[in-house]
Write a protein that binds this ligand. Structure first.
Ligand code: NAP
Length: 250
């Protein structure tokens, strides 16, 4: 790829996505900071990238909606150039609780944002990046969770199941496009200190669980970002279909 790479990072106004956007800007990517609600937070990520000499734009799109995903890719292409890299980071946890208490709408939304969005963004990405469509390839990283392996009983079984589906997508899709210049990998995050725990209904979750981790602390968004940017890069040129735990030994 001769031109600077162009990346869309879904849900990058806050948390792991925001840290990845900043790290990608430092690594020379032109960055599309996608958000759904928090425009000010997205704009401040853009400003931070620009203050470090990088190029970035903020684009609002609910990535669970096919029409908005299409517009996200079109606007990024118009402003930055062809999309060469994608991080499927946007995610919602739903509310903590037992399966029998789970509302159908929460179940649907959890799968829409954590799973459907990855399919929708991958579809738009492949049309633009695959050698099958005359482009020169690219890389995708999906952001998963160790919950896919633990199942998160009593708390977030719906979320764990969605992330397990995301990992099945990661394996299958990686193999499907492996000869088309596209690598597809995932990071499996452990306990990372972001807003997501408060959104799930337990703002104290990080504090309560941190010392139960083998490293006896939660991870920082920047520590996940480093792993994502490595998987995106040519340094990981023979890595595809992998799920890399970034979980402090959990
Ligand atoms: P976060 O701080 O709550 O940030 C979530 C981001 O996703 C926000 O920027 C939000 O946008 C965006 N978002 C939510 N729904 C969206 C939608 N429909 N369309 C576009 N963007 C949307 O969460 P985080 O902890 O950084 O989580 C990032 C990813 O890591 C998620 O996939 C999560 O499941 C995964 N993960 C996190 C942990 C952890 O312990 N933190 C562990 C395992 C996996 P707005 O700011 O505009 O609302």
């Amino acid at each position: 790829m001769g031109n600077p790479p162009n990346i869309i990072i879904t849900g990058s106004a806050r948390g792991i996505g925001a840290a990845t956007a900043v790290e990608a800007g430092r690594a020379g990517y032109r960055v599309c900071v996608n958000y759904v609600n928090n425009r000010d937070a997205a704009e401040s990520v853009v400003a931070r990238i620009q203050s470090e000499g990088g190029e970035a734009i903020a684009v609002r799109a609910d990535v669970s909606d096919p029409a908005q995903v299409k517009l996200l890719f079109e606007e990024t292409t118009r402003n930055l150039g062809p999309v060469t890299h994608l991080v499927n980071n946007a995610g919602v946890p739903g509310r903590i609780g037992r399966v029998e208490e789970l509302h159908e709408q929460t179940l649907r939304r959890t799968f829409e944002v954590n799973v459907f969005s990855a399919f929708l963004c991958a579809q738009e990405f492949v049309k633009r990046a695959s050698t099958r469509h005359g482009a020169s390839g690219g890389t995708i990283v999906n952001v998963s969770s160790m919950a896919a392996r633990s199942g998160s009983p009593g708390e977030l079984v719906h979320y764990a199941a969605a992330k397990a589906a995301l990992e099945a997508f990661n394996y299958g899709f990686a193999a499907e496009v492996a000869t088309e210049g596209i690598r597809v990998n995932a990071v499996s995050c452990g306990l990372i200190d972001t807003d997501i725990h408060a959104e799930a209904g337990d703002a104290e979750r990080v504090r309560r669980y941190a010392t139960r981790m083998p490293m006896q602390r939660a991870g920082r968004p920047e520590e996940v970002a480093q792993a994502i940017v490595w998987l995106l890069s040519d340094k990981a040129s023979y890595v595809t279909g992998a799920v890399l735990p970034v979980a402090g030994g959990r």
